[in-house]
Ligand binder design. Structure first.
Ligand SMILES: [Zn+2]
Length: 359
């Protein structure tokens, strides 16, 4: 894509990063041609530097195409569709069926899809099948942005008072991040400018050891995020790199607020600021609170920061009342009743805007 050229006054200057001042290499050559056409060329091969009244050339970036509108009803329907499959517990039929549906959705949006299968060992020593799903837009581009969310759901309701051994719906914890990213995916095929985008759906994030369980020790934290731990050791593209990563986890609850998560601030403060500033500019400043809270022990962004060194943030709800996540967290209340399209819109439009503005 070319650059716009504006003549603004005396002197020859350029703000183009790629332009080699003083030579007539493209795109400087193109500028020379335009100036010749105006009969005002100086300092570019033939002119004398002491000439006066030389116009200044300011090369400006072309306007980006407008950011598409994120459709919250579509995102809501994508969350509901996942929940309708049943709890997405690895090794179960709803998990297989929902994974197939997600692959079809990504392909339908124009993504090139890679599925990564394997098996992992859980905290109890059992083996679980693993299926990470990666949808790539413009996979040929070297510059990339990573968007990710886990798609499995908690196999038990260890924070509930009843039916604690039964799996949860995971409408918000699992469903909401995937729903938003599937809606963003619908728009990415139209994005001709800037970096390519990878949407990574991680598996077996939420199979971690219950707090208070027998045998809790310093390794308990490693029992979470098994899919992302697997992916960072075996990225779908060798030496995978991205400009930055945004993880979405519990991003659809009614009235949810998003504080700046402390580990994200530690690893990727510039990305946190970029996202929160964008949200404020879009009018979502009441949802994206510019205050840091330490409330996440582990999430999928940690292995990505630590192992692949991609600056990555966790966009995740913080509830001041619990000083952690919403009260529905890891209970049977994490169902469609907590999901609100207004929240999906605030998060989805913000992330889409951040992605769109990268050039
Ligand atoms: Zn969870």
């Amino acid at each position: 894509m070319g650059k716009g050229i504006v003549i603004v006054g005396a002197g020859v200057r350029s703000r183009s990063r790629r332009r080699n001042a003083g030579s007539c290499q493209p795109p400087a050559a193109a500028i020379c041609l335009i100036l010749l056409a105006f009969g005002i060329l100086a300092g570019c091969g033939s002119g004398r530097p002491d000439q006066v009244d030389v116009p200044t050339v300011k090369v400006t970036e072309p306007a980006l195409p407008p950011t598409p509108l994120f459709d919250p009803d579509s995102a809501y329907a994508f969350v509901a569709a996942q929940v309708a499959f049943g709890p997405r517990v690895p090794g179960t039929k709803p998990h297989v069926d929902c994974g197939d549906w997600m692959v079809a959705r990504l392909k339908g949006s124009g993504a090139e899809v890679v599925e990564q299968t394997g098996s992992v060992t859980t905290f109890s020593g059992g083996r679980l099948p693993l299926r990470n799903i990666i949808g790539s837009f413009h996979p040929e581009r070297k510059e990339r942005i990573l968007l990710f969310a886990h798609w499995d759901t908690r196999p038990f309701a260890d924070k509930d008072d009843e039916r604690t051994n039964q799996p949860i719906d995971g409408a918000n914890d699992g469903g909401s991040g995937v729903g938003i990213l599937l809606e963003i995916a619908r728009h990415l095929a139209q994005k001709e400018h800037g970096p390519g985008v990878d949407i990574l759906f991680t598996d077996v994030e939420d199979h971690g050891q219950p707090s208070g369980a027998m045998g809790m020790d310093e390794h308990s934290i490693d029992t979470w995020c098994l899919g992302s731990q697997y992916w960072v050791k075996n990225p779908h593209v060798p030496n995978y790199k991205a400009r930055f990563g945004i993880l979405l986890d519990m991003v659809g609850a009614r009235d949810a607020k998003f504080y700046q998560e402390a580990l994200s601030m530690q690893y990727a403060p510039a990305i946190v600021r970029k996202v929160w500033k964008t949200a404020e500019a879009l009018g979502y400043g009441d949802r994206f609170v510019q205050e840091t809270k330490y409330f996440v022990g582990i999430d999928d962004h940690i292995p990505v920061n630590k192992t692949l060194r991609i600056p990555s943030i966790d966009l995740i709800e913080y509830d001041p009342a619990t000083q952690a996540f919403g009260p529905y967290w890891h209970t049977h209340d994490d169902n469609m009743e907590v999901i609100d399209p207004v929240t999906l819109k605030a998060v989805g439009q913000t992330v889409l805007e951040v992605v769109w503005k990268e050039n």
